[in-house]
Design a protein around this ligand. Structure first.
Ligand code: ZN
Length: 568
């Protein structure tokens, strides 16, 4: 692609000599007739021409029309808006797919509703077969159930209404899950079960399990659930891909993949059925997988630029909601509690060094200020320790990067570290996050987008789907408004940290591409880049903030190929 952009001036020279009848210059698509935001170059344009998988021309409509031939597909936007294809900077694509296969509990407004949804599914599921669900969150419920233990519901109602199927319902945070009696029976969990390291089986007053398992304790029941098969994975992945295209996502950074998933990605990519530009982070807990890749090296832009494997996902801490985020000072609402690391920091440092030497990017989950500091320290030491092995441009990342000590904010740009942040998390979490952190830490250290940008950092945006829906527009809205999806508070939380619309669009396009080393190839509408584009039904750069949430994708194009279309 870099090669192509270099030879383009020669193409134009040839054009000048040979005239518009030359079929080499006939565009496959010409788009005009509405606002076009290019992100790179001039910022806006009147028209775009596309040839094969590449952007051939960006500029005035009259010039673009000279590339039209009989075979060209001419798209008049009729006032609709064209933007670069969107980059989902942190998601779990198999989770997105399985969420579509499993019971989706995100919209449930009460525990009763959760139970009713599972009961409904049980009617069409053979007895004894597992029913899996994900996405419930008690803070999103309008009413709390009668029976609660440590802020979570108990399994009693679920077990009473769904007695014959083992049920396993993962919390929206991914850090806890609820099992019914049948599930616990199959997993041999009872009042005598020992507590695991790094997790907890919640026990009730009678010292019997309440059904809630957090952090590593989830594995106690999880291991009793039959493994996903390659066939169910394939079904889930295909659903997830459609979900991406429907939402204008052209590239996705998959935050942790095991060997089976990578095999599946390759299988689909090889058949040219992936279409999405998938950027894979290796699951850093899989030592064998790391050994394999660290010895064979990165895999870049395989199968017509659909698949890249060049990064490693690691975990420094947990989440704020379950007080698993690792803080420098105690939780505001839990004296003496600081959260904790979830992997040994020595192990993280060792893997980071090996990845660095092998040319892999490292992406570490860090939410609390302590975790963020530890990760930045590890990165800094790694860069200093191995100068002779240094890749020129490691672009190490911190996933989530939600809460910092103010001293650590400039370190991101100083070290060239990318904060991969999901603006929508601020919108969903900020109303209760203040309980965890208190006013001062929320104001000076949480979701610090503008401070990071001002210090020179490049933010990669996203949703952490399926934690949040993969729809990018609520996250774009959160980026610029810092409000909840209900529109509160009016002026936004900590409004000085809002992104401008230009910054927000960039975080979802060009800087998302930068986070995957693809900023020369995609992320903006510029000549020579891949034709990764999205048409949306409104101008998100100028409309009222509230209207952003209703944005619909009308067309998604990846490498010149239309993968989704919903235009009248
Ligand atoms: Zn994630």
């Amino acid at each position: 692609m870099k090669f192509l952009s270099k030879i383009l001036p020669i193409v134009f020279l040839a054009y000048a000599c040979s005239g518009p009848g030359d079929s080499r210059l006939a565009a496959d698509h010409v788009i005009y007739g509405g606002p076009i935001y290019t992100v790179g170059g001039e910022g806006t344009a009147e028209a775009v021409a596309i040839k094969a998988d590449t952007i051939l021309f960006v500029g005035s409509k009259s010039d673009a029309m000279s590339f039209v031939s009989d075979a060209s597909n001419v798209i008049d936007l009729e006032g609709k808006t064209l933007i670069p294809g969107l980059v989902e900077g942190h998601a779990h694509i198999m989770g997105v797919g399985y969420n579509l296969l499993n019971v989706d509990l995100r919209e449930a407004k009460s525990y009763n509703e959760v139970v009713a949804m599972v009961e409904e599914r049980a009617k069409n599921t053979p007895k004894g077969e597992w029913i899996l669900g994900r996405g419930w969150h008690q803070d999103k419920w309008d009413e709390q159930p009668e029976s609660m233990m440590k802020g979570f519901p108990t399994h009693d109602l679920l077990s009473e209404r769904v007695p014959d199927h083992p049920v396993w319902l993962r919390h929206a945070s991914g850090h806890a899950a609820l099992g019914n009696a049948k599930a616990m029976e199959l997993a041999s969990i009872d009042g005598n079960s020992p507590q695991p390291d790094g997790g907890e089986i919640f026990m009730g007053l009678n010292n019997q399990p309440t059904g809630i398992f957090n952090e590593t304790a989830q594995g106690l029941v999880g291991s009793a659930i039959p493994q996903n098969t390659m066939e169910s994975d394939r079904r889930a992945l295909k659903l997830a891909l459609q979900e991406c295209f429907k939402n204008g996502i052209v590239a996705l950074h998959n935050a942790g993949s095991g060997p089976n998933n990578i095999k599946l990605f390759k299988e689909l990519a090889q058949k040219d059925e992936l279409d999405l530009r998938l950027y894979v982070m290796l699951n850093g807990r899989d030592e064998e997988l790391l050994d394999e890749y660290f010895s064979k090296g990165i895999e870049e832009n395989l199968y017509n630029n659909q698949l890249t494997v060049r990064s490693v996902k690691l975990y420094a801490d947990g989440a704020l909601g379950s007080r698993g985020a690792w803080l420098l000072k105690e939780y505001h609402d839990a004296p003496g509690v600081h959260g904790h690391n979830v992997m040994k920091m020595e192990a993280i440092e060792e893997i980071t060094a090996r990845a660095y030497k092998a040319g892999f990017q490292v992406c570490i989950h860090a939410i609390g200020d302590r975790a963020n500091r530890e990760v930045l320290d590890i990165y800094e030491r790694t860069f200093k320790l191995y100068p002779e092995d240094a890749p020129k441009d490691p672009r190490f990342r911190v996933e989530h990067a939600q809460h910092f000590h103010p001293d650590d904010i400039p370190r991101f740009s100083e070290l060239g570290v990318i904060p991969a942040m999901q603006a929508i998390h601020m919108s969903s979490d900020r109303p209760w996050a203040i309980d965890r952190l208190g006013k001062e830490r929320i104001e000076w250290g949480a979701y610090m987008w503008q401070d990071l940008l001002q210090s020179g950092a490049r933010i990669v945006n996203g949703t952490d789907a399926p934690v949040e829906p993969i729809n990018p527009f609520p996250s774009f809205y959160a980026s610029v408004s810092r409000r909840t999806l209900k529109g509160t508070p009016e002026g936004g939380y900590e409004p000085l940290q809002k992104m401008t619309r230009e910054q927000a669009l960039r975080s979802y396009t060009l800087d998302g591409a930068y986070g995957a080393f693809l900023e020369e190839e995609t992320g903006s509408i510029e000549v020579g880049k891949w034709a990764d584009l999205v048409i949306i039904d409104r101008d998100i750069m100028t409309i009222d903030e509230d209207e952003i949430l209703s944005t619909n994708v009308l067309l998604t194009m990846i490498g010149g190929e239309i993968v989704y279309q919903n235009m009248e």
